[in-house]
Design a protein around this ligand. Structure first.
Ligand code: 5GP
Ligand code: ZN
Length: 108
């Protein structure tokens, strides 16, 4: 399996992990668009959203919500790309959580 994110799950590629459970992993994006930009993935390998079982997706979304709460930012984007034309680079489903801090939050 040459999937980068499966290698991250197995610990074969290092990552800065924020959360891990039996079904889900969250870690910091290596090329952050803002401070705290994280990726939340199901451990089940599937390239696109429609390849992932509902129970896995439900947990991924729940974890995404908890990380947003834990980061304490009030403004953020959730992004999930499917397919090259839609700018997907890594073919293992992932949700981007991209904080949009304001100046008073000091996370610029
Ligand atoms: P996509 O364009 O597929 O939605 O986003 C892929 C994301 O994965 C990019 O934001 C990229 O920075 C991130 N990424 C790619 N390779 C690695 C890696 O080895 N480690 C981490 N932490 N993030 C990665
Ligand atoms: Zn994978």
């Amino acid at each position: 399996m040459s999937c980068i994110f499966c290698k991250i799950i197995k610990g074969e590629i290092p990552s800065l992990k924020l959360f891990e459970s039996e079904k889900t992993l969250a870690f910091l994006d290596i090329g952050p668009l803002s401070k705290g930009h994280s990726l939340i993935i199901p451990k089940f390998h599937g390239a696109k959203l429609h390849d992932i079982p509902d129970d896995q997706l439900a947990e991924v979304l729940s974890v995404t919500k908890k990380i947003a709460l834990a980061q304490g930012v009030q403004n953020y984007n959730i992004l999930q790309n499917n397919g090259r034309i839609a700018h997907q680079e890594v073919d293992h489903v992932h949700f981007h959580l991209i904080p949009k801090p304001n100046e008073t939050e000091g996370l610029g």
